[in-house]
Structure formats: C-alpha cells, structure tokens
Design a protein around this ligand. Structure first.
Ligand SMILES: *Cc1c(COP(=O)(O)O)cnc(C)c1O
Length: 431
C-alpha cells in the first residue's frame, strides 16, 4: 500500500487506507458478508492462531472496516486502528483493553456524560475505580491523583459539552511519568484540527458519529494506537498485554506484535471477539464518504461557528459565550497551541433571561433544530436543563457545569449570514 503518512491531511482524508489495484473498484467495496471461504482447515487454523493475516468472521474483522480504520490511523499519525459500533464502545474497549478489576483510572472531569457514566458507574461495577481531575489541574494536582494501581489517564481534546480544551502535553507527561498511557477522545476537533499523538497521547478514540460521519447518518466509533507506548517496559502493570492470553493459545500480545501492533490486536482478538460491538461494513462505507470531505467541512464549521460566537458575544441578551476561538475565552491560548486552525463548530452560551429565555430562543429558531446531537451538517441545539439533564434542579445543574440557561449549539454548514439572521430573530423574540 502506498504510504500516505507524510502527505497532508486532506490528501489522507480522500485517499488513505484503500488503494485499488489494476481494474479494481475505485470506491471502497462493501464486503457485506459475515464470513469468508477457505479451501483447507489448515488455512483457516492459521488465521485462528493469529499466524496468518486474513478474514474469517466479520465480528473480528472485515475488509471494508479495515480500509476505513487504516485511513483513520494515517490521519491521526497512528500505527494501527479499529472501528467499533459506537463512540461509547470505542472508549470502553480502549480503557478495558488496559485495565481490569482492581485497577484505577485518572480521568478529566470535563468529559462527555456518557463516558462519565461509563467510568463512574458501569466500570465501577466491574471493579475499576476512578479519580476525576480538573482539565485545568496543575502537574502536582495530577500527580496526586495517581495510585499504585492506576493504569491509564483519560481526557477529551475538546470536551463535550463543556468545551474545555485539554493540555495534552501536560497530561501525557504526567501519564508517562507514572508509567501509564494517555487516551484522548478526539471527537470534536478531529485529526483535521488536532492530532493528539503528536503531542504525546498514546491512544486516540472517536465517536465517528459526529464530524467524521458529519451528516447525522450513522453511529460509529474508532480506536487508533500511536504505537509508541512500551508495554513491556511496565510489564507488571499490564498483564493483559504482557503475559500469555490463555483464551488465545497463550499468545503474549506485546511480545508477538510489538509496541505498534499489540494494543489493537488484543482489542480485536479478545474484546471484539467476546463483546462484539462491531460496526457494520455498510456503516463503515458511509463513514468513509464522510471522511472524504472532512478536511473541507471542518474549516467551514469553524468559520461559521466563529462568526456566530462573535455575534453572540456582542449581543446584549447574551450573558456569556464559551468558544475557544474567541480571544476572551478561558481556553483561547491553549486552543491556539493545540488547534491553531480552529477547534470545532460547537458553541455553548447563556442568556441573561435564564431558563425561560432559553426555551423561547430555541422555540423561535427556524434553521437550528432541537436535537440530542452535535457535529452535523445541519445546525442543531440543545438546552441540557430541559432535556438530557432535566432530572436536576438549578443548583445541581450549576454544580454539573451545565447551568439552567446554557444552550449548546452545533453550527452546521449552512451560510453563516442565514444562521446569524435566524439567531438574531430568535433573540429578538425574548421579551
Ligand atoms: C458522542 C460522543 C461520544 C459517544 O459516542 P456515540 O457514537 O454516541 O456512542 C463519546 N465521546 C464524545 C466526545 C462524544 O461527543
């Protein structure tokens, strides 16, 4: 396969992962097949022993999915990747591939609600505990969160919905000082705007449901391994990677597949085999269509969001705006460092009129639909207090970082003049 590793991100979006041979389909073929045919049982046996490369059952691997995963690995500057059925399963597999009952995770407190639940409730039931740290914690505060049984650090490059920006270099340095990898969920900026592996992250995850698909068509996830973390150098911490896997004929992943192959091979051979959160080849095909224009769409999302954020900031009915592209934003400097071409198209803001004003604003918005979704070609918005967080009272909402008046708006690819006119009209409707 032609190596596109050194080409620009846009070329990678369009062409990485699949290079057809003479007379083969130009577009990625959809291998809509559960299984694959072999002539001898010896041939198939080698696949089961991980002695030969090849496909045998689409729960473990499928060529369509592998083409798309290879594209994502190239785009993130990683060495290996896999697709999963959702962003949730990507984050779960990435963490559970490293830790087990009795282990501990240090995670940023500013993360997606689903991931917070996954770590603090579901993984806790599996005997994995966690300490949450502020994304703005100092090195000393981060150090203090570590325990002898800590096995990984987790954060989001731009957090959903708080829009905090992670100090990736600092988190990576602290993780490595304690002999553990850093996992970064890079869903919001995508590799078009931020490449966490370059800043020291070891593993990157995605909800491909968001900008990568970009059209609100498919749920999906991905895990990309940078291939830099030396599991064997911390053998005692990672028995799952560094001691024989009895469920796979005694293979020791870190020995047999090395730094570059161990993580994704284990996650596929063990977790996908046993838990099965597979992405369908058809969805992988749709995801790839989204990826082909990701580098064209992301700058447009940012251009539109920047214009809307500046308009909101100057409006008398708006109390505050969170958008790291605004010079007044708390995360402006950090965003300039990690994502100098802009972050993403999601903005959050609060109205002077509080919860009631938010409800009027959203009702009057014509182009922006009310949806539990972000990162779509179409503008959409949500008031967490009356939807995802409606069981909380105003005090609890404030403590959770989503005050009652907060509106999260995901700016789409429409013309910005129309979006601003629509938003301006909705603001005028607030008495
Ligand atoms: C949406 C989201 C997820 C969960 O992804 P699904 O594809 O909905 O399962 C995880 N992390 C972030 C940052 C997200 O925005």
């Amino acid at each position: 396969m032609q190596d596109l590793q050194n080409l620009h991100i846009g070329t990678q979006c369009v062409q990485a992962g699949y290079q057809p041979g003479n007379g083969e389909p130009r577009q990625i073929p959809i291998y809509q097949s559960t299984t694959f045919k072999y002539s001898t049982s010896e041939d198939m046996g080698k696949l089961f022993d991980l002695e030969a490369d090849g496909y045998f059952y689409s729960r473990l691997a499928n060529p369509t999915n592998d083409f798309v995963a290879a594209k994502l690995a190239t785009m993130e500057g990683g060495k290996a990747a896999m697709l999963t059925g959702s962003g949730q399963s990507a984050n779960f597999y990435a963490m559970f591939n490293i830790c087990e009952a009795g282990d501990h995770i240090v995670a940023s407190s500013s993360i997606y609600g689903g991931t917070f639940n996954l770590i603090s409730v579901t993984m806790a039931k599996m005997g994995i505990t966690a300490t949450f740290v502020s994304p703005d914690a100092t090195e000393e505060e981060l150090d203090a969160a570590f325990q002898p049984n800590t096995k990984l650090m987790f954060g989001e490059s731009i957090a959903n919905p708080a829009l905090t920006v992670l100090d990736i270099e600092l988190f990576a340095r602290v993780a490595h000082k304690h002999g553990v990898p850093l996992i970064v969920d890079n869903t919001f900026p995508t590799p078009v705007h931020c490449q966490p592996i370059k800043w020291g992250a070891d593993i990157v995850t995605h909800s491909t449901t968001k900008y990568m698909d970009g059209h609100g068509a498919t749920i999906g996830g991905a895990i990309i391994d940078g291939g830099n973390f030396d599991w064997m150098a911390h053998k005692e911490k990672f028995p799952g990677l560094c001691t024989p896997d009895e469920s796979y004929h005694g293979i020791t992943y870190a020995e047999k597949f090395g730094k570059e192959g161990a993580f994704i091979t284990k996650a596929t051979a063990q977790l996908m085999r046993d838990l099965g959160s597979v992405q369908s080849p058809h969805n992988a095909f749709l995801l790839n269509l989204g990826l082909e224009s990701l580098h064209v769409r992301m700058p447009k999302h940012v251009e539109n969001a920047q214009a809307v954020a500046e308009f909101l900031e100057a409006h008398p009915k708006v109390a505050y705006v969170n958008y790291s592209g605004l010079a007044s934003d708390k995360y402006y400097e950090r965003a300039q460092k990690y994502m100098p071409n802009g972050g993403c198209g999601v903005i959050s803001f609060g109205l002077e009129g509080g919860r009631e004003a938010a409800s009027v604003f959203m009702r009057e918005l014509k182009l922006g639909a009310i949806e539990t979704h972000v990162a779509d070609a179409r503008t959409c918005c949500l008031n967490p207090a009356t939807s995802t967080h409606r069981q909380m009272n105003d005090q609890q909402l404030k403590e959770a970082g989503v005050p009652a008046e907060l509106i999260r708006i995901s700016i789409g690819l429409e013309d910005k003049e129309d979006l601003i006119a629509d938003i301006s009209h909705a603001l005028d409707c607030i008495s």
